[in-house]
Design a protein around this ligand. Sequence first.
Ligand SMILES: C[S@@+](CC[C@H](N)C(=O)[O-])C[C@H]1O[C@@H](n2cnc3c(N)ncnc32)[C@H](O)[C@@H]1O
Length: 229
Amino acid sequence: MKSADWDRLARDFEAETCDITREESADTVARFVAAVPLPAKPVLVDLGCGIGSFIARFGMRFHAIYGVEFAPRIIARARARCGDEVNWLASDIPWAAKTIGRVAHLTVCMNVITQATAAARGRLWRSLADVTKMRGHALVVVPSLESEEMVVALSRQEPEWRKGGLVRRDGVWQKHFRREELADVLASHGFRVTRIAKAHYPWSIEGLRETKGRRANRPWDWIALARKT
Ligand SMILES: C[S@@+](CC[C@H](N)C(=O)[O-])C[C@H]1O[C@@H](n2cnc3c(N)ncnc32)[C@H](O)[C@@H]1O
């Protein structure tokens, strides 16, 4: 999706997107953040920060924060919410990464690297590596292909899949990852995965009612914590 397409969702961002910091049910994001060793003056970079949910919740742990987001109305909401102490960059991630440089002790990139082409995703994986300090960490969330398969099997929907983990959502092809694939792509960009888990979100996000049976088996994104080696 282009920045203009994202911008159209700005007003109803919470309803239209899966904001995993807000939606996930087992506090996995908080546990992963707590596992990151931080120095005295830690720097956070949030690539594709949306309306700033991660920064609003965890930003107080950091000495300096960069929020990158290319949709103007969405970043305006993030700024209104989190304030002017954050360094806001209203730009495409690769361009912002060059401006920011290798400063991050923690780089966050949640549900952003979902582009349909490997080339477009590659630019973003490289940006993640470019802004993260050596021995710094990346916290990455991506849609899970295994979860999508479970949802399709349970809901008996006609799957809209293409080879290579592409799933059609609201008319847009989105890349979904298998667990091993996420670990592999991080490794190929110089990261070693230290933790990987399911970040569960409510069935309502998949347009399905949460029955008693389904509650124990919610859909999920993959969340990975990886160290730059
Ligand atoms: C699904 S939302 C996730 C937002 C946030 N990370 C979260 O977890 O709530 C994806 C966000 O990434 C932004 N985005 C996507 N591609 C981008 C790019 N190339 N450069 C900057 N922002 C981008 C979109 O505008 C959107 O706000």
